[in-house]
Design a protein around this ligand. Structure first.
Ligand SMILES: [Fe+2]
Length: 349
């Protein structure tokens, strides 16, 4: 018998008078809970593999548009909640919050800023925009727009159809840290130009009389057309490459685009199956184009366009393109930057 198999003392093994004495002094015995907080070899994870099909979200979100005016909602969002954490916790994983947000033509979601970092992945509709830190970022399907911690942002919509996007935030973590709050602000003054046009090619950066940008978040919008072209070029250039994936980065430093969550796009060649090793962070997969099968533990999800699913950490994930003729494209969010900063990042083969 190894010492790990050795049963430890339980609460009920202790006399009630002793437990009462501890409780009265705000003390707790560790040994009855020791295996719970430090389980052998692999962490206990509340995050369950979960699939949120877009076709089930969309009608309910449009219904929210009829039931609740934007003034009564500020943000009209249905949260993609993981049942493993309890739906009321409104979290997809330990650190990831996901929400599907609707903005109707003519609506405006007022300016605010908050401590959690956010990104939005545009799911459908044209004509809407997010103004972040005075920069007007148009929204098109597949675009990634950052609203990092502390930056003012507001949403408007000049088009004639509903616009829907997926919000990804590190809210559960920042809330757990007792550091989550927001401040409402006035409508922003929009600067001319668009930041994403300043960094149009990898390897070259805009320069003002030999001075590079020292902004922490120099690029706020990552157009899907550019990301898709980069993945296609990578695939064409390296036909033997198994994993055709890019990371969304700060173009000035190469660091992750935001501090806590990591964001990626991945292309599966026609018919390709890609096995991702078990890694410590949890991850979210959102289908931008095509149809994929995502296998997580004993679950298999068929992701149609705009579907989203999540996988707990320390779990292998297998991605399969269900089309033998066209590539499939996925947007991925995970907790890697956080795990690396904390020193707990791990890959297991
Ligand atoms: Fe916000």
């Amino acid at each position: 018998m190894t010492h790990e198999d050795q049963p430890l003392g339980r609460m009920e093994d202790l006399p009630q008078s002793y437990l009462d004495d501890l409780k009265a002094r705000n003390l707790v015995p560790l040994w009855p809970s020791l295996r719970g907080v430090l389980p052998p070899k692999i962490p206990t994870r509340q995050t369950q593999p979960t699939h949120w099909p877009y076709e089930t979200i969309r009608p309910l979100l449009l219904q929210a548009g009829e039931l609740t005016p934007i003034e009564k909602a500020e943000r009209r969002v249905l949260v993609l909640a993981n049942p493993g954490h309890g739906l009321e916790k409104m979290q997809a994983s330990a650190a990831i919050y996901l929400g599907m947000q609707l903005l109707l033509p003519g609506e405006w979601a007022p300016s605010h800023r908050h401590t959690p970092n956010a990104v939005r992945m545009i799911v459908e509709g044209e004509g809407a925009y997010t103004t972040v830190d005075g920069e007007k970022c148009p929204m098109s399907r597949g675009d990634l727009i950052l609203t990092p911690t502390g930056l003012w942002h507001e949403h408007g919509h000049d088009g004639d159809q509903p616009v829907i996007w997926l919000d990804v935030l590190d809210l559960p973590l920042v809330y757990y840290m007792e550091a989550s709050y927001h401040i409402n602000g006035n409508r922003q003054t929009v600067r001319p130009g668009r930041g994403d046009r300043a960094w149009t090619r990898a390897g070259i950066a805009p320069t003002q009389v030999f001075q590079r940008s020292d902004k922490r978040y120099p690029m706020l919008r990552y157009p899907w057309a550019d990301t898709r072209a980069a993945l296609m070029a990578l695939s064409d250039d390296e036909p033997d490459l198994d994993c055709i994936q890019i990371t969304y980065v700060n173009p000035e430093t190469g660091d992750d685009a935001e501090n806590i969550l990591g964001f990626y796009a991945l292309m599966l060649r026609p018919g390709q199956t890609l096995r991702l090793p078990a890694r410590s962070p949890a991850a979210v997969f959102h289908q931008i184009e095509g149809q994929s099968e995502v296998r997580v533990t004993d679950r298999a999800f068929t992701l149609a366009e705009a579907d989203t699913c999540c996988a707990p950490g320390y779990t292998e994930v297998s991605l399969h393109n269900l089309s033998t003729e066209t590539p499939a494209f996925l947007f991925i969010a995970d907790e890697s930057p956080l795990h690396r900063k904390l020193g707990v990042f791990e890959v297991r083969d």
